[in-house]
Ligand binder design. Structure first.
Ligand code: FPP
Length: 264
């Protein structure tokens, strides 16, 4: 069997002591504190197209390489001990891309969802989706729903695919559901809006990584990332590896999070 998205490389337990896996060992060598990891990492996987163009390949080939990267980063994040990983697979604005790229991306995500499900389930990964599901093509939607249902009781890393996702659309959808529930205006609080987002039980991201150098949010988790730390790398997504993941976590741990307060 070819290597799946999270084929088992987990730390081996020997009696009461748990041996560290290779990702954790590399993290410790970089001075990362395994007790203070970001519990939720969000990633804007950018640069697939530029990576392909630079090599004279079709853009879709860049996305295929991006899929390979995603598989290894999910594994690395899980081994490191990150509890939530959310990735921007297809934005609500990505429909504006050429038709063949959109169709190719949908097919790629569907194939990935089907092919990786077994390995993810075996490795205790819980799959979630963020985005407007109704507009996702039926084949992909069914594959995602099957993945969510199959893994819903898993207790390992929660892996959320943002598909047909827009941060503003998510806020609009939350407001609509509040109105549908007849919630009076004076009862609307930030907490209540948070509780009406696509995945209300997920903690807010602590760290957002963007590859390929652009300094923007691109409408990703804009409500939830109000206080998250940003890490932007020039490395395009197809070349991103656990080395850069650890660099991002290490940088995160060197930041002082203030949440608007004064920290002496
Ligand atoms: C941005 O690169 C990337 C995307 C719009 C799609 C991300 C998709 C993948 C990584 C493919 C695999 C995903 C799954 C879930 C299997 P870009 O095309 O905007 O790059 P560019 O800015 O260089 O053109």
């Amino acid at each position: 069997m070819r290597q799946g998205i999270t084929d088992n490389h987990h730390s081996e337990s020997t009696g009461n002591t748990t041996a560290l896996n290779s990702v954790q060992k590399a993290a410790i060598e970089l001075g990362i504190n395994l007790e203070a990891l970001p519990s939720h990492i969000a990633i804007i996987m950018d640069g697939n197209g530029r990576w392909a163009k630079k090599r004279g390949f079709a853009r879709l080939l860049g996305h295929r390489e991006g899929y390979k990267t995603l598989r290894s980063i999910l594994l690395a994040a899980s081994e490191l001990g990150v509890k939530y990983l959310t990735v921007y697979a297809f934005s609500a604005e990505n429909w504006r891309r050429p038709e063949d790229e959109v169709a190719g991306l949908m097919k790629l995500i569907e194939t990935a969802a089907r092919d990786e499900l077994r390995a993810m389930h075996q490795n205790n990964v819980r799959v979630c989706v963020a985005g407007r599901k109704e507009q996702i093509p039926l084949g992909l939607r069914k594959a995602l729903e099957h993945g969510i249902e199959t893994t819903k009781d898993n207790t390992g890393i929660t892996f959320t695919l943002a598909v047909n996702y827009g941060g503003r659309a998510e806020i609009v959808d939350a407001v609509k559901s509040l109105i549908t529930e007849n919630v009076p205006a004076e009862q609307i609080t930030e907490d209540l809006i948070s509780q009406h987002l696509y995945n209300p039980n997920h903690p807010e991201p602590d760290l957002m990584i963007r590859t390929a150098g652009e300094m923007r949010w691109s409408n990703f988790l804009i409500w939830q990332s109000a206080y998250c730390e940003l890490f932007v790398t020039e490395v395009p997504w197809p070349e991103f590896s656990s080395k850069q993941l650890l660099e991002a976590v290490s940088t995160f741990q060197q930041r002082t999070r203030k949440f608007g307060a004064v920290v002496e």
